[in-house]
Design a protein around this ligand. Structure first.
Ligand SMILES: [Zn+2]
Length: 254
């Protein structure tokens, strides 16, 4: 059987029998890989705590027919500050869950790999309220669904003061006259046409995240605009994942 070296971030693990675990890893060169880590649940396991979700590890694996097998695992980044802080750990978990949703088995994605490693390292440096929303927006942009943030997605109006709503289904920001339903406010019925209201401050933050001014955006302190952007990003990301799942289901039906 073929042995191979890889670097990857552990997305999740689950039990296999008495002592083993299946580890789902997003690797640099092989995309998402499912591998068995034998004896990992014994106290004297040679893998120790290295193969935990959000760990960045160097691995030696051998290819199996269905599951690969981890034969060695060395820590690259163990993110001690993230592990010691529930707030950061929750963010790191959200990041790896997002990667799990958009990554494909055995399909490498170097850009996504760089993004997840970078996001976890940034989180190790500081607990930023915009880390998760910024990650979601970056992933969406990489998936080809970057929102329009400078003009109304429906009519093309460019006056900044007039961009008052946001609807990723429409393509991004919407102006006052294209978003009449927003006066109902968030949660105003299941019909979400017209999108959710967005403040000028949140829209400005979103522009910074999307334009690559990420470090400055990550230094932003928690406030109404960061909360708004978090809710907006979460909704957009969930809708995107749902669309993907539906598209995959249709594909399987054929
Ligand atoms: Zn408009």
């Amino acid at each position: 059987m073929a042995l191979y070296n890889e670097r990857g971030v552990v997305l999740r693990t689950y039990r296999l029998g008495e002592a083993d675990r299946i580890v789902v890893i997003f690797t640099e060169g092989h995309g998402k890989v499912r591998a068995v880590a034998k004896g990992v649940r014994r106290t004297k396991s040679r893998f120790g705590a290295r193969l935990e979700p959000t760990s960045h590890v160097a691995l030696l694996l051998y290819e199996g027919r269905e599951l690969d097998v981890v034969t060695q695992a060395e820590s690259i980044d163990h993110h001690p500050a993230v592990r010691a802080d529930l707030s950061r750990l929750a963010k790191a978990t959200a990041v790896v869950e997002a990667v799990d949703h958009v990554s494909q088995d055995r399909e490498p994605d170097a850009n996504l790999y760089r993004m997840v490693v970078g996001a976890l390292r940034a989180l190790e440096q500081r607990d930023s309220p915009l880390l998760v929303p910024a990650f979601y927006w970056k992933v969406l942009a990489a998936e080809g669904v970057a929102p329009m943030v400078d003009t109304c997605a429906r009519c093309g109006a460019t006056a900044d003061l007039d961009l008052v709503a946001f609807d990723l289904g429409e393509g991004g920001a919407l102006c006052r006259s294209c978003a009449p339903a927003t006066s109902r406010g968030p949660g105003g019925g299941r019909d979400n046409r017209g999108g959710a209201p967005i403040s000028g401050a949140a829209l400005a933050l979103l522009r910074r995240v999307l334009s690559g001014d990420l470090n400055a955006a990550l230094a932003e302190r928690a406030g109404p605009a960061t909360h708004e952007l978090h809710a907006l990003a979460t909704g957009a990301f969930e809708a995107h994942v749902e669309r993907r799942l539906k598209a995959a289901a249709i594909h399987l039906d054929r």
